[in-house]
Design a protein around this ligand. Sequence first.
Ligand code: SF4
Length: 240
Amino acid sequence: MEPTTDLAAKTLDAHTRLNELYGVQAIYGRADPMHELVGTILSHRTTHQNEVTAYRTMRERFPTWEAVRDAPLADLIDSIKTANYPEVKAPYIQNLLTQLIRERGAANIDFLAELTTEEAMKWLTDLPGIGLKTATLLLLFNFKRPVLPVDTHVHRVTQRLGLIGPKVSAEKAHAILLAYLPQDAEVLFNFHKHFYWHGQRTCTWYYPKCHECVLREMCDFYHAGGRMVLSSTPTRAKAK
Ligand code: SF4
């Protein structure tokens, strides 16, 4: 493994190249933080379009958050069935709403703006079904806090490059990558978005398009001809 200073420089170099490729953007998120929070729960292992359909159908059938909370579980599961694992996600959503309304008097998380980043992160990750990825997405996109969401694409691309070790989990990668980057929400937003897009479009699961990748010369996976065992990558993947 390279020394930490080298990895920080390599991380910034990769970030600069993807900024040039995809362009730097201002932070954007859904206007309603509750939509972002529940939408992120629905999005787990689900395509964007299916998440959007699940959210819309749920809100059409249960127009208020109280109605979502009180819905018969089977009906709520049915309303979000375009999302994968609806039988897991529906209880998470109802438990979240029950706790939120009981503690705060309304299904509204605007109060997070008044908390420190650490306090907001703890409050969110203490909720049932809310992990580090969901909490960091919400705090970065909606509250412009300097945190770094690591989803499956960010995890895979940074691991193939060698920015994180071959066995590092997505959960542990949050803190490791964050330490290499400026603590600036806009920088972290662009880092997240660009690595996410790169994983979707170029550094795909089974057949990464290394021949057209702007990160190729700095990529450990490419130089190893795809012969690396990584926690983020299927063993059948080939570097092309
Ligand atoms: Fe992914 Fe290949 Fe690019 Fe490396 S060179 S980041 S494996 S697409």
